[in-house]
Design a protein around this ligand. Structure first.
Ligand SMILES: *Cc1c(COP(=O)(O)O)cnc(C)c1O
Length: 393
């Protein structure tokens, strides 16, 4: 049977063609270098303004060494789910380090941040409960909310009045519904912040619970770089703090920080944790080294460097700099021009962002030099003149 005569292949071909027509087709690009401020792609070196390795830790010698040691001691694979026989020491060490770093009673690590969101949300709420999410939360949270079976309400992005009305409405639905509010702290595509102090007051007033996804804020905010909740002084009033170990922490994995009871409950109920082989121990060891670096003087230095670069570019007060271009084709065109200039910047399109909101998503890291940022600034002015004004969302 040839691919052409097969209705499955024909259907796929038509759907791919449709994506191409809408300029939404995506392809993997093979990168032949480590993840850092520069990357090698297609035989050429580019300045990398697309990475979430905010503190430049992904290639740090301490993380490499921690991974090597874990492999030497524990081997390559964990062999089983943590509840079967795979609960190897590196995962426990990582969780102790995470809880200490975040100042919570306990922590639980997952294979990825997405798995953490999925397992946690679906175990905390279900049929008969309510889940209320910000319009712009990450796809993993949207998917988890849908899968949970809880009644889903979406509030307008960072709109406290809208959330207040929804929570008041929820409270009228039954006497004591479980209600979980989920939002990000630093939003991944717009680089703006949730009003955490007001959110915490609001959810307390309505007796709801709050889960925040600090994927892009860990290592970047707060005197101890715990995240935006620390910066806002509300961490101990948030029931569930989620994060990833794949961004500023430089490795891979996801985690939940909170009470001992929360972690005990998740170990029993989070299906993405229970029914999945534990990650490679090297990932946990590298992530732990990343968290330790973030917590120490080197993390402090790198964090300060990063914010210096952000101030130097001067377009947006976060390491995630959205340059909204509008149409999908204009965004692709702008990204192509930057690539010709040797700069790797991603055009973000639907469905990652709303249609007509296509943008360049620039990320700055501590590994960029002032000269790198100057080159970017010049190129943006030259190639994306419409976007060189301050962004208005
Ligand atoms: C990246 C990301 C995740 C998922 O984390 P992974 O470890 O990459 O699976 C979750 N939430 C947000 C906001 C993210 O940006």
């Amino acid at each position: 049977m040839t691919a052409e005569s097969n209705s499955f292949e024909q259907d796929l071909a038509a759907r791919i063609e449709d994506l191409r027509r809408q300029e939404l087709y995506r392809e993997l690009r093979r990168v032949d270098s480590p993840q850092s401020a520069r990357l090698h792609w297609d035989g050429r070196e580019y300045l990398n303004f697309s990475s979430n390795d905010y503190l430049g830790l992904a290639t740090h010698p301490a993380l490499r060494e921690a991974a090597r040691q874990a492999i030497a001691e524990f081997g390559a694979g964990a062999g089983a789910s943590r509840l079967i026989s795979g609960s190897l020491a590196p995962f426990h060490q990582l969780e102790e380090t995470l809880a200490q770093f975040k100042g919570t009673e306990a922590a639980l690590s997952f294979a990825t941040g997405s798995a953490a969101a999925l397992g946690t949300i679906t175990s905390l709420v279900g049929k008969g409960d309510f889940i209320v999410i910000d319009k712009l939360v990450h796809a993993s949270i949207v998917d988890a909310a849908r899968l949970s079976g809880a009644r889903l309400r979406v509030f307008a992005h960072n709109d406290l009045d809208d959330l207040d009305q929804i929570l008041a409405w929820v409270a009228r639905q039954s006497s004591k519904p479980r209600t979980l509010v989920v939002t990000e702290s630093l939003f991944s595509m717009d680089g703006d912040q949730a009003p955490l102090r007001e959110l915490v007051d609001l959810k307390d007033r309505h007796g709801a619970w709050l889960m925040i996804d600090e994927a892009h804020a860990l290592g970047l905010f707060g005197p101890r770089r715990r995240g935006l909740a620390e910066h806002c002084g509300v961490a101990d009033r948030i029931e569930i703090q989620m994060g990833t170990l794949g961004k500023a922490a430089g490795a891979s994995g996801g985690f939940i920080c909170g009470s001992r009871r929360l972690v005990d409950f998740l170990v029993n109920r989070a299906r993405s944790f229970i029914f999945s082989t534990a990650p490679v121990p090297a990932a946990a060891a590298a992530a732990r080294a990343g968290i330790e670096l973030i917590a120490g003087p080197e993390g402090e230095r790198r964090c300060a460097d990063l914010w210096d670069r952000v101030a130097q570019l001067g377009r947006h007060p976060a390491p995630i700099v959205p340059v909204v271009v509008g149409s999908e084709s204009a965004a692709l065109d702008c990204a192509a021009r930057l690539r010709e200039r040797g700069m790797f910047v991603l055009a973000i399109r639907y469905p990652t962002v709303a249609r007509g909101q296509a943008r360049l998503r620039i990320t700055l890291t501590a590994a960029h030099t002032p000269a790198d940022v100057q080159a970017l600034s010049d190129a943006l002015r030259e190639f994306c003149p419409d976007a060189s004004k301050p962004d208005r969302q």
